[in-house]
Design a protein around this ligand. Structure first.
Ligand code: ATP
Ligand code: FE
Length: 354
């Protein structure tokens, strides 16, 4: 099977060609970012994103096919993100995919964006089900037991902000460049994590739910106190705050992962594994802590390369391949869904297969 994948649910327009077997499996992966378009607004503007997706999708698809050296007619299907995400962008992608499917007669496969992230470790590694996935990005933070291409069990997740968002807000509060993750990590490397004591929310409660919004409030308080006391922030202060913040996030994620792993290990998996996806998985302190927790639990630690951890279409094509392999295809009634929880209990569209 060789599929074309299309992704346009947030601020990246992406297309990719991926095959089920062979080395490499990814024949091409094109990602066109929109950072420059939204830069001056301090966030993604849905209307601007939707228009940019509509404008870029055709070129993006042609580019992906060109780079793979294949024609559309040589595909076995077209996979597209059908949600969740900004509805204008998702609609642009679904319309594009439907047009291509109608013109060629190829099967159309609607993919949940989160399933794309959650199945990525099977694209890059030889990873059997079930595995534990920590999806940790700018918009999401949750633990999933991945039991099959359409079987996901959510264990717990953030009840407010996602860690990526917290990194971005921290950078904004301290006047560091966006995206905040890399700049906070760089500053933290020079700082003393013990100088400021930030909270570890929800650690005192059982389960694997998390909270990150209080961290930002605590940081704001420390910053304002310093500014009031000394008239501004020195580089040293910024570094120490970043280091303290990063340590707090790392410790919360590590402890909650320990609990989620314990729950997952009750299933007695033959090859226990902890996999991560999402942009925050790029953080070296978080990565090292998760690796250590996995080792402690006797589980393998799988972290796909960063380009496949953040939004891309190769993961969508791959999830489409896995769905096709178990007979899950869609037709022209495929709908774009702004919300689409990735859990069998609440997502009947995902719960069909066995
Ligand atoms: P989603 O995919 O959930 O809709 P998104 O597109 O914002 O959200 P990603 O592209 O997966 O998420 O990741 C981007 C986020 O990852 C940003 O919030 C960014 O700050 C964060 N990030 C990137 N590198 C690092 C790092 N080294 N440390 C911490 N966070 C990081
Ligand atoms: Fe994403």
């Amino acid at each position: 099977l060789t599929l074309l994948g299309i992704e346009s649910s947030c601020d990246d327009t992406a297309a990719a060609v991926v095959r089920a077997t062979g080395d490499p499996k990814i024949l091409s992966s094109v990602v066109i970012g929109q950072t420059a378009l939204h830069g001056s607004y301090g966030g993604v503007v849905p209307e601007i994103a939707a228009r940019a997706h509509a404008e870029k999708l055709d070129d993006c698809v042609s580019e992906a096919l060109d780079r793979a050296g294949l024609a559309l007619g040589q595909m076995d299907g077209i996979a597209v993100t059908a949600g969740p995400g900004l509805i204008g962008g998702v609609l642009s992608g679904v319309m594009c995919a439907k047009g291509l499917a109608a013109a060629t007669g190829l099967p159309l496969v609607g993919v949940n964006h989160l399933a794309g992230h959650a199945l990525t470790p099977r694209l890059t590694d030889d990873l059997p089900y079930p595995y534990l996935m920590l999806l940790v990005s700018g918009g999401h933070c949750q633990f999933l037991i991945v039991e099959g291409a359409d079987r996901f069990r959510r264990l717990g997740g953030t009840i407010d902000d996602a860690p990526g968002e917290a990194f971005d807000k921290t950078a904004r509060l301290l006047g560091l460049p966006q995206p905040g993750g890399p700049s906070v990590q760089a500053a933290a490397a020079e700082g003393d994590p013990g100088r400021f004591r930030f909270p570890r929310p929800l650690l005192d409660r059982p389960g694997s739910d998390m909270s990150f919004s209080g961290l930002k409030t605590a940081l704001l308080r420390e910053r304002d106190a310093l500014v009031a006391a000394q008239g501004g922030l020195y580089e040293r202060d910024r570094a120490d705050m970043c280091a303290g913040f990063q340590r707090a996030v790392t410790e919360v994620l590590a402890e909650k992962t320990r609990r989620a792993l314990a729950e997952y290990l009750c299933l007695a998996p033959r090859h226990p594994a902890l996999a991560v996806a999402g942009g925050v998985a790029a953080n070296s302190s978080i990565r090292a802590a998760l690796d250590a927790v996995a080792q402690w639990a006797g589980a393998a630690f799988v972290a796909p390369p960063l380009a496949l951890c953040t939004d891309n279409a190769a993961m969508i094509a791959w999830a489409g391949i896995e769905r096709m392999q178990i007979g899950l295809v869609d037709d022209m009634t495929l709908a774009a869904r702004p919300r689409w929880p990735l859990d069998n209990g609440s997502a009947p569209m995902l719960g069909g297969g066995k």
